[in-house]
Design a protein around this ligand. Structure first.
Ligand code: GLN
Length: 539
């Protein structure tokens, strides 16, 4: 029998439910359990692929090409279980399949309703995750939104039914709430009491509480919370503001014995906890000395979540290189009108030790990115181009080395005489925007003795993709002859996967997204090498 842990949130959003769920996943993995993580998103979008990064943050891509909520990125950074399409459940998917079945007549004339048809569909999708991997021990299901939201009701009802049907030791509920501090420094438990009541109204008695609070809650406060919520005193935990990094949270929970209580409640015998990788990562984190400053030149700069995995991967690479990575977020549109980039990026300006141009879509700010690429290239400042950032390197090369002033991607200029980046052949007839890009894990092969090969320490690379446009093959010869190194290809060599600048300390662009596979305990090789080059540049 698989075990289920439902994680819900109350009081308000942004309490770190995803990090709490992931941290618990990390602890249970540390105890040798095989953990699968699932996110239920109550929005009606079928997936996150069509949502603007401005509104919803980054789209996280899985190996099998699902475009999911960024919480799956958290799961991937904390845990090691497979994440695929099945691990992200949205209201849109649930309704889409129920309505399809209804049209196919599969409900045999019955009236199709939220209960049981929508809730059954949710339950089946949750149960399917464990069925996919027979070795699964525990499935952690995070329910998005806040208890009390209209839209999460079917998910909470499905959770209630699953808990009821699985029996007490097979499924538990952990509720995350906020303990705010009011003027005078007093901590308030009332919002938590109300939030647990809202859960009880949904028919779910939380088994454990994780309280977000500025400080570790004292015994009296925990006893009071326990008394008002029917949750045992030992089952009230604090997720306090740690001031270090979210990656310490598994250890914060471990010290409070959160995982032991979970195992006890689920009837799993206690076993040795191996958290060495987390302790040694935190040790490296504490020993970081010095800084490197990385200029991120992109278009979605206002919202930190828009480039979440990129920022996290830079942070991981900093830990591995023993330096703090400081981010200089530069809106590329701002560079467009600037005559002199030195004043923004150079020593007389922000003084960046490396430039990273991340992925993106649409024309705005493109010329600023091209300027940033040319600046890093000519000033020999390490440059890392990811997806769009690689395409920018190619456009810069076309315009500034080959002298084709109109060199462009057909994404931005369909009439250019030098379409150095153009639509992938199989994209030409695509009309539907959801889930139709070149998505997910694809193999790439690095050229011998390239920076790409040196970073991965092998020629075979498996990274995730999300793009419609590509390096245009008809320009391969001229680009190569003028010195641009094409350093990675698909195994059949039909697509260019990476380019490198010659005579440059570290200028590399990749068509894939290495940020999605980076972990605090194992940084992505390309991010690691980029930060190593930036560190060298600074010294
Ligand atoms: N807009 C570009 C394309 O579709 C780059 C995509 C990306 O950076 N993810 O190819």
């Amino acid at each position: 029998m698989n075990k289920y842990i439902f994680i819900t949130g109350g009081v308000c959003s942004s309490l770190g439910k995803g990090v709490a769920a992931s941290s618990l996943g990390a602890l249970l993995e540390g105890r040798g359990l095989n953990v699968r993580m699932v996110k239920c998103d109550p929005y009606i979008n079928v997936d996150a692929g069509t949502m603007s990064p401005y509104q919803h943050g980054e789209v996280y891509v899985t190996d099998d090409g699902a475009e999911t909520d960024l919480d799956l990125g958290n799961y991937a950074r904390f845990t090691s279980g497979t994440l695929c399409r099945a691990n992200s459940i949205t209201t849109g998917q649930v309704y889409e399949s129920v309505i399809r079945k209804e049209r196919e007549g599969r409900y045999l004339g019955r009236c199709v309703q939220i209960i049981p048809h929508i809730t059954d569909e949710i339950k089946n999708r949750i149960l399917a995750v464990a069925k996919e991997d027979p070795d699964t021990d525990v499935v952690i299901v995070e329910i998005g939104g806040t208890v009390g939201d209209y839209e999460s009701v079917p998910f909470l009802e499905a959770a209630r039914q699953l808990i009821h049907e699985s029996g007490k030791t097979n499924a538990i509920s952990i509720h995350l709430t906020l303990i705010p501090e009011v003027a005078g420094g007093e901590l308030k438990t009332k919002p938590t009491q109300h939030s647990v009541k809202a859960m009880q109204e949904m028919g779910i008695q939380p088994d454990m509480l994780i309280c977000r609070a500025p400080v570790m809650l004292d015994e009296d406060t925990c006893r009071k919370i326990s008394l008002f919520t029917n949750v045992g005193y030992d089952e009230v935990f604090t997720s306090y503001d740690i001031g270090t990094t979210i990656y310490e949270i598994p250890l914060v929970f471990f010290e409070q014995k959160l995982d032991q209580i979970v195992l006890k409640k689920l009837g799993v015998e206690s076993r040795h906890a191996d958290l060495d990788q987390w302790y040694s990562m935190m040790d490296k984190f504490a020993k970081r000395a010095g800084k490197v400053r990385i200029g991120i030149v992109g278009k979605y700069m206002e919202l930190h979540d828009a480039y979440k995995s990129v920022y996290e991967a830079l942070f991981h690479a900093g830990i591995e290189n023993g330096v703090e990575v400081e981010l200089a977020k530069i809106d590329s549109a701002r560079l467009e009108g600037a005559d002199d980039l030195d004043s923004i990026m150079g020593n007389d300006g922000g003084g960046v030790d490396g430039v990273l141009v991340p992925g993106g879509f649409g024309q705005r700010g493109i010329n600023g990115m091209i300027k940033a690429s040319a600046w890093a290239r000519t000033n020999k400042v390490p440059y890392f181009g990811i997806c769009l950032g690689m395409q920018i390197m190619v456009i810069d090369w076309g315009r500034n080395i080959l002298g084709w002033k109109d060199a462009d991607s057909t994404e931005f200029n369909q009439d250019t005489k030098h379409p150095v980046i153009s639509l992938l052949e199989d994209q030409v007839d695509v009309k539907n925007y959801g889930g139709t890009m070149r998505l997910g894990k694809w193999d790439a092969v690095a050229e011998q003795d390239s920076k790409l090969e040196r970073a991965y320490k092998q020629t075979n690379i498996h990274e995730r993709h999300r793009h419609r446009y590509e390096f245009s093959n008809k320009y391969r010869k001229e680009m190569q002859e003028s010195g641009l190194r094409l350093s990675g290809f698909t195994p059949d060599r039909s697509l260019v996967e990476a380019v490198e600048w010659p005579d440059h300390p570290w200028g590399l662009g990749v068509q894939f997204h290495p940020e999605f596979k980076s972990k605090p305990t194992a940084a992505s090789p390309l991010f690691r090498e980029f930060i190593a080059a930036a560190k060298k540049d600074r010294s």
